[in-house]
Design a protein around this ligand. Structure first.
Ligand SMILES: [Mn+2]
Length: 330
């Protein structure tokens, strides 16, 4: 357990010393990345420091609910793409990476300042590609980056407006599969704080309401699931179809509704690129399984991308690395 008080103190000081704060969520932005990024913008605003959130995903690739949040939040905060950022870049900027720690998952990898001017707030495991930073708070036992940022907001006694409380709750909601996994008593305390600020589970659930066509596509993936043994489900998508990583992740998530310990969804996400999305309840460490296939993640969720590979080949490779030793305490 790292000291969040130290993070708060060091981060505030660093924000005040810098000319501007650049908040960098991960590519393929999701509810946790945007919610925590907006929470961080609120902190910089209270410290009277200019900030921007850099989101460089093409709009059609962004989840519908996340798009709604971005559109709403733009009224109060600066949310810009990489190109716009480059036009406005100044010296002595502070970068805050949120919900991410690896260089290849951000849109400004080539623009990172030296480690003195980088802060990382994350809940994903680190590896060789973790960005070098002098101030960081990376705790894989915390549900989400939104949980960490909410904690800092509460410690700073910053009033969280209702809309922002909803965004932060949406982040926690996503990464805990609707508060059903990886939600500790501390997570629930933070959820209660957000509800005291006016966050509402109905509003948050509405953010997750599916677009009909996309949901049908996810269900088609779910229909292809096969149980490779009694407790692991694998979806191998149609070789001819292209899916988004989000759709694969949703299919894997959906399969956890059943009596399975872990689920994997495999499909093409681009020409000659196959992605695997992995989810687990708690008995199988899927992050470790994905690591064996050039990917990563944590105990509950993981993913990988395989180049020049077919769905069939990826399925074979996955089956080879799923062994009894993937079970925790086995
Ligand atoms: Mn997250």
């Amino acid at each position: 357990m790292q000291d969040i008080k130290n993070l708060k103190i060091n981060m505030e000081q660093k924000i005040l010393e810098s000319s501007k704060v650049v908040i960098v969520p991960h590519n393929n932005i999701d509810f946790d990345a945007i919610g925590s990024a907006i929470g961080l913008s609120l902190i910089t605003k209270k410290l009277k420091k200019a900030s921007c959130i850099v989101v460089n995903d093409p709009i059609y690739k962004i989840d519908h609910g996340v798009q709604l949040i971005i559109e709403e939040a733009k009224k109060e905060f600066s949310i810009i793409n990489r190109e716009k950022y480059l036009e406005q870049a100044v010296s002595d900027e502070l970068f805050i990476l949120t919900d991410v720690n690896k260089s290849y998952l951000i849109s400004l990898e080539d623009k990172l300042p030296n480690n003195e001017n980088v802060i990382i707030i994350d809940h994903h495991a680190t590896d060789d590609n973790t960005v070098d930073s002098s101030i960081k708070y990376i705790d894989t036992s915390v549900s989400s980056a939104s949980e960490i940022v909410t904690k800092i907001l509460c410690m700073s006694k910053i009033k969280i407006q209702q809309e922002i409380a909803n965004y932060l709750l949406a982040g926690i909601y996503l990464d805990t599969n609707k508060l059903s996994k990886n939600a500790s008593s501390e997570t629930m305390r933070i959820v209660a704080k957000l509800m005291e600020c006016g966050a509402n589970l109905n509003t948050v659930t509405d953010f997750f309401t599916e677009d009909f066509i996309s949901d049908r596509r996810v269900q088609e993936l779910v229909n292809r699931a096969k149980m490779i043994n009694l407790s692991i489900a694998i979806v191998s998508a149609d070789e001819e179809e292209e899916y988004t990583r989000e759709e694969l992740a949703k299919a894997a998530d959906y399969l956890l509704k059943y009596k399975v310990d872990a689920s994997f969804a495999i499909g093409n996400i681009d020409d000659h690129i196959v992605s695997i999305s992995a989810r687990s309840k708690e008995r199988v460490d899927v992050g470790q399984v994905m690591q064996q296939l050039e990917g990563g993640g944590n105990q509950y969720s993981g993913a990988t991308k395989l180049k020049d590979c077919t769905v069939e080949e990826a399925t074979k490779r996955l089956k080879k690395v799923i062994k009894p030793s993937c079970y925790i305490n086995s």
